[in-house]
Design a protein around this ligand. Structure first.
Ligand code: FAD
Ligand code: NAD
Length: 466
């Protein structure tokens, strides 16, 4: 007899494991199926966590080398890449094991194996020996995530032509690295390898990096990255990548039809990710997909098939871990009859480069397109006392507020700790705050957060320190 569950989650990433824990907290007998052998999904295993670990370690290495001019002289600063990678791997192991503990603590049954639908209420789990087990379920939540996208005719071998997964575990620093795509992954991983000594060149299809980001921030970001030594080849489309004895040659064509070629030892393909719906047997079940092959759901995360739900990277929306987590909680609450809900207008996005880049809500371009009248408040970190004290002055805070009501519509920050500072704006937006509400809130001195307060003051043209 197959074991029976009230809810089964397919996928143990930030969407899936969080959803499973919330379902169990709400009293449902829950199982979570994960095929990769460890929990935490893309995020913990080959995404957010290892990339942030390497971003931090490479930044420390880079900073130590620059300390001499501040009076701290350390001789013979050397890179031990092997140790650095081990340190990153340790962070991953600690966290993935931590998720396993959390599932146990919440009495979620964890199945290691590949899950697929036998029928709407019966799930097959195949382990790595291809041994099959069947379980019964009342509700199923698909949280199967996403996988790297490649370009037509280009095969990722994770050695010379790598995705983010290969870029997180190179065994030596490449002399020359070509990064195809100037988005989140390209700029984070490009920064890592540039700081460790690679000559990094980005090849980007568009005329600007980080599409969708506020243009003023995007331009400032590119300027800063250029100063750090990363080269940009904009409006270049990759036509072919030829592997040779020493690495590869990337052949591109620019907007005027000129052909370019870039020699390198490693090419990182970072042109986006695609939903992972492989071998779930969705076709047989009749689950509808959209034009981008994402699983279609309604606002409560129900698919077109009764009792089957989907969340995270496999459905529409930004491919971000916190978005997947919030959807995991919302769908669990909806399943037990509560009113689970995700506010998509206040999902922050953060790029963990130096400086960090963070945004929430509308960009200036979106407000213009929607013909919304708005005011802008800006404040530079150059005039922030904490930033000055520690010589971390690059970037600025930009707040966009409704021209009439002063309600905060969006905020964009490039600068130190931008990823932490954006949380304040998130809370403000959730509470429907005005720029004046932020400006009249006491902020500790000397902190970077005073730059947020000053930007809010600047919306009303009354910043004090600029
Ligand atoms: P995933 O995390 O992809 O998890 C899905 C899991 O389901 C996988 O472990 C997969 O093995 C499993 N699975 C799939 N099919 C089956 C099946 N049939 N049976 C059993 N198991 C299955 N986001 C951020 O918010 N911040 C960051 O800093 C950040 N950095 C990133 C860096 C990199 C290099 C990458 C690649 C991504 C990064 N992301 C970041 C994006 C983030 O990782 C994803 O948005 C997030 O992991 C999506 O969560 P998910 O649960 O929907 O899917
Ligand atoms: P992306 O969508 O962020 O960027 C892809 C870039 O590639 C874009 O600038 C695009 O114009 C460019 N591009 C597309 N086709 C191209 C071509 N043929 N030639 C040259 N350039 C081309 O995608 P990504 O960087 O691969 O990251 C995937 C997703 O993973 C992100 O969208 C994000 O959701 C998530 N992620 C998040 C973080 C974070 O939160 N810090 C970090 C890494 C990844």
């Amino acid at each position: 007899m197959s074991e029976k569950f009230q809810a089964v989650v397919i996928g143990g990433g930030p969407g899936g494991y969080v959803c499973a824990i919330r379902l169990a907290q709400l009293g449902l007998k829950t199982a979570c199926i994960e095929s990769r052998g460890s929990l935490g999904g893309t995020c913990l295993n080959v995404g957010c966590i290892p990339s942030k670990s390497l971003l931090n370690l490479s930044e420390e290495f880079h900073k130590v080398k620059g300390l001499a001019k501040k009076g701290i002289e350390i001789e013979n600063v050397k890179l031990n890449l092997d140790k650095m990678m081990k340190s990153k791997d340790k962070a991953v192991t600690v966290l993935t094991k931590g998720v396993e503990f959390l599932l146990k603590k919440n009495k979620v049954t964890y199945f290691k194996g590949h899950g697929s639908f036998k029928s709407k209420n019966e799930i097959s789990i195949k382990d790595d020996q291809n041994k099959e087990k069947l379980i019964k379920t009342e509700k199923t939540i698909i949280a199967s995530g996403s996988i790297p996208l490649s370009l037509p005719g280009i095969e990722i071998d994770e050695k010379i032509i790598v995705s983010s997964t290969g870029a997180l575990k190179l065994d030596k620093v490449p002399k020359k690295m070509i990064v195809v795509g100037g988005g989140y992954i390209g700029l984070e991983m490009g920064s890592v390898w540039s700081r460790l000594g690679a000559e990094v060149q980005v090849v980007e299809f568009l005329d600007h990096i980080t599409p969708g980001m506020d243009k003023e921030i995007s331009l400032e970001f590119m300027k800063i990255l250029k100063k750090q030594g990363i080269k940009f080849n904009m409006q270049n489309k990759v036509e072919k990548i030829k592997k040779n004895d020493s690495g590869a040659i990337v052949l591109t064509v620019d907007k005027d039809g000129n052909k370019n070629s870039f020699e390198c030892d490693v090419v990182l393909i970072a042109v986006g990710r695609k939903p992972n719906t492989k071998d779930l047997n969705l076709e047989a079940l009749g689950v509808e997909l959209d034009e981008k092959k994402r699983i279609k759901t309604d606002k409560t995360f129900k698919t077109n098939i009764e009792d089957v739900y989907a969340i995270g990277d496999v459905i529409v929306g930004p491919m971000l871990a916190h978005k997947a987590e919030d959807e995991g909680i919302a769908v669990a609450e909806n399943i037990v009859g509560q009113s689970g809900h995700v506010n998509y207008s206040t999902i922050p996005g953060v790029i963990y480069t130096t400086p960090e880049v963070a945004s929430i809500g509308k960009t200036e371009e979106q407000l213009k397109e929607n013909k919304k009248k708005y005011k802008v408040g800006k404040f530079s970190f150059m005039a922030n006392s904490r930033a000055k004290a520690i010589d971390d002055i690059e970037g600025f805070v930009k707040i966009l507020a409704d021209e009439k009501t002063d309600k905060v519509l969006g905020a964009h920050i490039i600068g130190p700790h931008a990823g932490e500072l954006i949380a304040e704006i998130g809370i403000a937006m959730e509470f429907g705050a005005s720029a004046e509400d932020i400006a009249r809130t006491c902020h500790a001195h000397p902190t970077f957060s005073e730059a947020v307060k000053e930007a809010a003051l600047s919306v009303d043209k009354r910043a004090i320190h600029s």
